[in-house]
Structures are given as C-alpha cells and as structure tokens.
Design a protein around this ligand. Structure first.
Ligand SMILES: NC(=O)N[C@@H](CC(=O)O)C(=O)O
Ligand SMILES: [Zn+2]
Ligand SMILES: [Zn+2]
Length: 430
C-alpha cells in the first residue's frame, strides 16, 4: 500500500508555474507524478489531500547545531529534528562543536545512533578538523569518514594556522571530502559582540571587523587552489568575502558558500537599543551594504545555498546581556516563511529560485541523493501553505531554543506537513 498525495500544487521549475498534480509514494520512494489533481487509481492506497498547497522537495539545511552530546539543555537530536520537521526540513547536517566535540569516530557514531533512534528527519554530521577544535593536531580523517563524516569543520572557531589548514585540505582532498570553514581570524577578534559599525559606535562598543572573516576566506581559497580540495565557506556575511569567493570561482577553484536568512534580512542598524542578546550571533549582523552584497551574491550564484546555522541557547544564557551571552540564534522554524515572505511574496525572487537554494543546490554541492521531487527519488517532501499569514511565536517552537530576533514577525509560507522517506514526520495542527 502506498500514499497518494492528491490535489497538490507542483512547481514546474523551467516555467516557474504552479500546476495541480498528485504524487504517489510507495515504500519510501516517489513512484508516480501526475498532473491530475484527483487520480482515479486511488484504491488500496492511503490518501493525503494537499488541498491546493505547494508540494516541494524536502528542504535541506547543511548547517545546524543540535548540541548532542553535552549541551542537551540547549537542544537534543530529538528536539532539533522535530524543529527541522516543523520548518519543512527533511535533511540536516550537524556541526561538531558539541561536548565532547566530534573528533573521534565513537562520538560520531553516538550522534548517528541517537539520530536513528530519536530523529524525525535525516541527520548527517560533520567531524572536526582538529582535535578538540584546538586548531593544532588533525583528527583521524579516514576513520571519521569511515564512521560517516560528510566533511570536516571546526565550526565555532576559525583554524588559525595556515599550515594546519593546508594539511587538512590535502588530507580531505585525498579522501574526497570537503573542508567546511568557519572563517574568523582570532587576532582581529577583540571580545566584541557586534560588528564594527553604526550600532557599535552609537553604544561605544568594540566591534568585530569585517576583515576577520575575509582574511580567512582569501587565505583558504589560495590553499584550496593548491590542494584541489572542495572548500566550503560557512555563513558568509561580508561584501569582501563574497568578492573573494566570486574571484575564486572565476579562477576555477572548487569553492562554495552558504548564507543565513538573518544575514539576508537584518543589519546591525536593526539591533534594538535594548541590547537584546537574541540579536547576537557569529558572524554578527553586518552593515546594510553587506546585507545587499549577500542578497546579490546569492542572486548571481556566488553564494550557492541558504543554511540556517540553527544555534539554540537557553533563555538563561541569552539573558546574560549582549556581552556575556553566547553567540547564536535558532533558525529552522522560521527560515522558509521568512525568505518566502520577504523575497518571493514581495516579488524579488521566484519561488523556484528560493527552493533551489534550499533543496537541489545543497544536494548537488554535497552530493546527496535528496532534494528532488522526481520518480525514483526518496519521498522526502514538504507541503507548504503559501497563503495563510501567521505570527512567529516562540511558544510554538519545537526547538528548545527560543532565541530568535524574529518573534512577532507576520509571515506566510508555513510548512504544514513534512514527509521523510515516505513517512509523515510532522503535521501542523490547527
Ligand atoms: N553561529 C553562532 O553564532 N554560534 C554557533 C557557532 C558558529 O556557527 O560559529 C554556536 O555553536 O552557537
Ligand atoms: Zn561558525
Ligand atoms: Zn554554526
């Protein structure tokens, strides 16, 4: 017995038109796609009436923090994947800055076992570049690959030594896995909570300079050119860094990058004078000029994909004030509605453009067999209501982290049903 999802709107990616259609899912695979809103061979199958809502490939987020092991009070794989499902995501990739960090196969296996037992969506994981994310000694890349690492990153901190980074790239290239870099030069980071710029000036605060990111991006593109590794820049946020990635691509270097919704939607000038730490994340909100560069970089293909950098922290931690609170905001449950409302409903982007940045492109870049609504593909699907407007309420979050600057925003484009491998893993309840 299969599942017919009938009366859905499907996006024709070449014409960018929404057309009625139905999709049959059998044994976790999409086996039929028709343009009939009400197919006749329903007998013997379960039917899900999509009621004219958009049926899209499940969203993919290549950058999340699920905090397990070690910081379960912030998030667990169980709560993080439920938040992902509510946000329409069917595949997520976890960062290894847990406690202990994921620098040994045993810890990685713990994550995959937990995900298999308690996860609502597909969970992939990176492993650390260096032991303890200390930036000195490389981890055992081959053993970590064997245990399922999809790439190497010290996310949370930059790899300070060019020599260590070059060695890491050589080794990753030999194993055909990417280096995924949090770009931040520590010598330029002076214990600041916000970007160097208007907000910092107005409040007499120290600022994080833009070049702290771009210096690593530039250095690493040169090293990627020499080593031939696939080099992926995490959460890009500045005009300079984007310029460098553009140049790297023009030179034929295998460089890719990602941007977060908050860096496309908010600048430091939006930070409230109350100094609310829910506006503190790394990289920080930059200038309006950098925001525009991020949008244009995404539009011209320099920036490949959108990720959330979902970084949950407890309310107590975020109440410590702008200086003492940890960096990071949650993102999984607001990403699609935010971007749909602000860029697609407003007319700047097509729906197809947004979806490819959150489905097909991340799948292509990281060589994953997901992200496509086609026969023979895994039935990872998301049903999205493009019309109903709802307000972002933190009480509704399934994530343990309520730390977001987007509370109160009125948005459309809310996922209402998420299916992974042919199973409904989350459904919106009225
Ligand atoms: N983005 C953040 O502000 N914080 C991340 C670390 C990171 O992504 O660098 C976290 O782990 O909390
Ligand atoms: Zn980072
Ligand atoms: Zn991160």
């Amino acid at each position: 017995m299969g599942i017919w999802i009938t009366g859905a709107k499907l996006l024709n990616s070449s014409t960018n038109e929404l057309k009625y259609g139905s999709v049959l899912v059998e044994q976790g695979i999409i086996t039929k796609i028709t343009d009939e809103p009400a197919p006749t061979d329903l007998e013997g199958h379960e039917v899900i009436d999509a009621k004219g809502h958009l049926l899209s490939p499940g969203l993919i987020d290549m950058h999340v923090h699920f905090r397990e092991p070690g910081y379960e009070y912030k998030e667990t794989i169980a709560t993080g994947t439920r938040a992902a499902a509510r946000g329409g995501f069917t595949t997520v990739a976890c960062m290894p800055n847990t406690n202990p960090v994921i620098d040994e196969p045993e810890t990685l296996r713990y994550v995959y076992d937990k995900a298999a037992a308690e996860g609502s969506v597909r969970v992939l994981s990176y492993a650390c570049i260096t032991k303890g994310e200390q930036g000195e000694e490389l981890t055992d890349f081959a053993a970590l690959k064997q245990a399922g690492a999809i790439g190497f990153t010290d996310d949370g901190v930059g790899v300070q030594s060019a020599k260590v980074m070059k060695d890491a790239m050589k080794l990753a290239a030999s194993l055909d896995l990417p280096i995924v870099a949090h770009c931040e030069d520590a010598s330029l980071v002076v214990g600041a909570a916000v970007t160097e710029g208007e907000f910092a000036k107005r409040h007499g605060l120290k600022g994080i300079p833009n070049e702290s990111e771009a210096i690593h991006v530039g250095r690493d593109i040169l090293l990627a050119e020499t080593t031939g590794v696939h080099y992926h820049v995490c959460h890009i946020s500045t005009e300079q860094s984007i310029r460098l990635v553009r140049m790297g691509k023009e030179l034929g270097v295998k460089v890719t990058t990602e941007v977060c919704p908050h860096h496309l939607l908010l600048s430091d000038e939006d930070i409230p004078d109350t100094m609310d730490a829910n506006w503190k994340m790394n990289p920080p909100l930059r200038s309006p000029r950098d925001v525009e560069a991020c949008i244009r970089g995404l539009e011209d293909g320099t920036i490949d994909m959108i990720v959330t950098d979902h970084a949950p922290h407890s309310a107590e931690e975020k109440a410590r004030g702008l200086d003492a609170a940890p960096f990071g905001i949650t993102g999984l449950e607001t990403a699609f509605p935010l971007l749909y409302t602000k860029f697609v409903a407003s007319g700047r982007w097509t729906l197809g453009f947004l979806l490819e940045k959150m489905t097909t492109i991340p799948a292509e870049v990281f060589r994953l067999p997901y992200g496509r609504l086609e026969t023979g593909a895994p039935a990872d699907l998301t049903l999205i209501d493009l019309d109903t407007e709802r307000v972002v309420r933190e009480e509704e979050f399934l994530s343990k982290g309520k730390n977001t600057p987007f509370v109160g925003w009125k948005l459309k484009g809310w996922p209402i049903m998420t299916m992974v491998d042919g199973k409904v893993v989350w459904q919106h309840q009225e």
